[in-house]
Design a protein around this ligand. Structure first.
Ligand SMILES: Nc1ncnc2c1ncn2[C@@H]1O[C@H](COP(=O)(O)OP(=O)(O)O)[C@@H](O)[C@H]1O
Ligand SMILES: [Mg+2]
Length: 154
């Protein structure tokens, strides 16, 4: 599987990466239900990246970590993606539980970008896996791979 490595040396560069990623999705995946898996240590920049994407989609609400609520849904003002869903799967046991919380119908909506943290806890096919690696110098590397295309369902 092809893995792309992107060096991130500052918050500004993380921001630029988020804008770039969204632009790619708007061009190539606008007719798909996009599901992004986002992983990395505490403090790596996961929430920051979601906030950047939210801002660029025109989300007005403040985006915070969905750790305790599991799933948050935001309305956007974007031309292609009308909703952003942020899921923290840490407390979810399986994909079945994603269905139990009603996530399936949202995730499979064509005009939606879903970003899932702690995706390894559940079994779901993602459009892209994004791993943020951070080291002691606060330099980050982002590794992105795109598994075989996502199918409907969870
Ligand atoms: N590339 C970066 N360079 C410098 N600081 C960053 C970078 N990415 C994130 N940060 C900062 O690190 C802190 C933790 O980021 P956060 O997005 O909450 O991490 P996570 O959600 O992965 O735990 C925030 O204060 C954020 O501003
Ligand atoms: Mg976070």
């Amino acid at each position: 599987m092809k893995v792309t490595e992107i060096k991130i040396n500052s918050l500004e560069e993380l921001d630029a990466y988020g804008i770039d990623l969204l632009t790619q999705l708007q061009i190539k995946d606008r007719d798909k239900a996009v599901v992004l898996a986002l992983s990395g240590d505490l403090g790596a920049g996961k929430t920051t990246l979601v906030q950047t994407i939210a801002r660029d989609l025109g989300v007005i609400e403040v985006v915070t970590s969905p750790t305790f609520v599991i799933m948050k849904q935001y309305e956007t003002s974007d031309k292609y993606f009308s909703k952003l869903i942020h899921i923290d799967a840490y407390r979810i046991g399986s994909a079945q539980n994603l269905i139990a919380i009603g996530a399936e119908e949202y995730i499979n909506n064509k005009n939606t970008i879903t970003i899932i943290e702690w995706v390894d806890r559940i079994n779901i096919k993602c459009s892209k896996n994004i791993f943020i690696n951070s080291n002691k110098n606060f330099k980050r590397k982002i590794y992105v791979n795109c598994p075989a295309s996502r199918t409907q369902g969870v």
